[in-house]
Design a protein around this ligand. Structure first.
Ligand code: RB5
Length: 148
């Protein structure tokens, strides 16, 4: 069974709640790393424990939500082994899994409404990495981090 971990800042809180309910109804095993209310929090403080857990293999995929999704994606991609994709449409969500083997989905709750966001989540969850030429490219991306 796919184990999913969720996290958001205050701006993403309500969408994160909707995603949790949606995934639980679909029988995914869901863990929520917070935040748990709309009080202001700094998105890196939520992203860090989540990406550590995903990179350590504790979860299959992670979802991070903030106002635009930009801060969460930037923070998540600082961590080795994390390939976070900011998605605002289902085509990008599918390609992010099939081509980029994204293991974290970033969403912007102030940009993408709950209807489209849940469809993006569904597509992201149900798509799989295609390997082949995409593996070679991802190896090159990973090597860029090692050279820093
Ligand atoms: C919070 O106001 C906002 O900056 C944050 O949710 C996010 O959009 C950052 O990228």
């Amino acid at each position: 069974m796919m184990e999913i971990v969720l996290g958001s800042d205050h701006a993403g809180f309500l969408l994160k709640e909707a995603i949790r309910e949606h995934l639980e109804k679909a029988d995914y095993a869901v863990t929520d790393f917070g935040t748990f209310c709309e009080d202001s929090v700094d998105y890196p403080d939520i992203a860090l424990p989540l990406v550590k857990a995903v990179a350590a293999g504790e979860f299959s995929l992670g979802i991070l939500v903030c106002g635009t999704g930009v801060g969460m994606a930037m923070a998540a991609n600082k961590h080795p082994g994390i390939r976070a994709a900011l998605c605002g449409d289902t085509f990008t969500a599918r390609c992010a899994r099939e081509h980029n083997n994204a293991n974290v989905l970033a969403l912007g709750a102030r940009v993408t409404g709950p209807g489209p966001a849940l469809e993006i989540v569904d597509i992201f969850m149900s798509s799989s990495f295609q390997g082949g030429r995409h593996s070679r490219r991802l190896d090159k991306v990973a090597f860029m981090g090692e050279r820093q």
